[in-house]
Structure formats: structure tokens, C-alpha cells
Design a binder for this molecule. Structure first.
Ligand code: FES
Length: 126
């Protein structure tokens, strides 16, 4: 059996929504100390909906595929729903990740959570 699903390979080879979002109003960056991988999420939220999202990931193929899939899952979604996104849902959308690569999908959940925290903090300060 192949180690990685077709979807993982597709999102690794052709990641969606890569780059910097200049007008982002929520930015989150997280890392994993063990492997040293870093993920940064940029959200553009309007009327409590994620209108646009981009990411930069310095990391393994599973982290890149997880970031890419996560951006697709949250684009156009209301903030309250985006808050509920789990790493398990990201991994399932990729048709699974090997057990020892599940932590890569955790980065996506955490980066989105950090970006939402940043958005809410900025909104409170306005
Ligand atoms: Fe660290 Fe994948 S090996 S995020």
C-alpha cells in the first residue's frame, strides 16, 4: 500500500493558496519544536466569514498538504465553523495520514487557531 494517499500527493505537488495575503487581518504562525517545521496562515475575514486565505509552510510534505487542504476547507466558511476545524478533519479530507505524520496536520489546526486569535485580538483593540 502506498504510504501517502493520492490526495496528499496532489496537495503536496500542487498546493492551493500558497503565499502571502497582503491585506490579511488575522495572521498565525506556529511551529513544531521536534521537527522544526513552521506554518504561517493568513486570513482575510469580512463579516465573520473567511473571504480569503493563504499559507506559507516551511516543512515536510504532509505539513504542506495539510496546510493546502485546510485552506480549502475554511475558505468561504464562517469564523465560528472555522474555529471548530480539527486536525483530524484535515487528515480525513486528505484520505488519511500515517500515524507518525498526524502531528503535521496539528500544525494546520494550530496555525488557523492562532490566526483567528490574532483577528479577534485586533478587533478588540479597534
Ligand atoms: Fe514536522 Fe511534518 S514532520 S510537520
Amino acid at each position: 500500500m502506498a504510504l501517502y494517499s493520492e490526495k496528499v500527493m496532489d496537495h503536496f505537488r500542487n498546493p492551493r493558496n500558497v503565499g502571502v495575503l497582503e491585506d490579511a487581518n488575522g495572521i498565525g504562525e506556529v511551529g513544531n519544536l521536534k521537527c522544526g517545521d513552521i506554518m504561517k496562515m493568513y486570513l482575510k475575514i469580512e463579516n465573520d466569514v473567511v473571504e480569503d486565505v493563504k499559507f506559507e509552510t516551511f516543512g515536510c510534505g504532509s505539513a504542506i498538504a495539510s496546510s493546502s487542504m485546510a485552506t480549502e476547507l475554511i475558505k468561504g466558511q464562517p469564523v465560528e465553523k472555522v474555529r471548530e476545524l480539527t486536525n483530524k478533519a484535515v487528515a480525513e479530507a486528505l484520505d488519511g495520514l500515517p500515524d507518525y505524520k498526524m502531528h503535521c496536520s496539528v500544525l494546520a489546526e494550530e496555525a488557523i487557531g492562532a490566526a483567528l486569535d490574532d483577528y479577534e485580538k485586533k478587533r478588540r483593540e479597534q
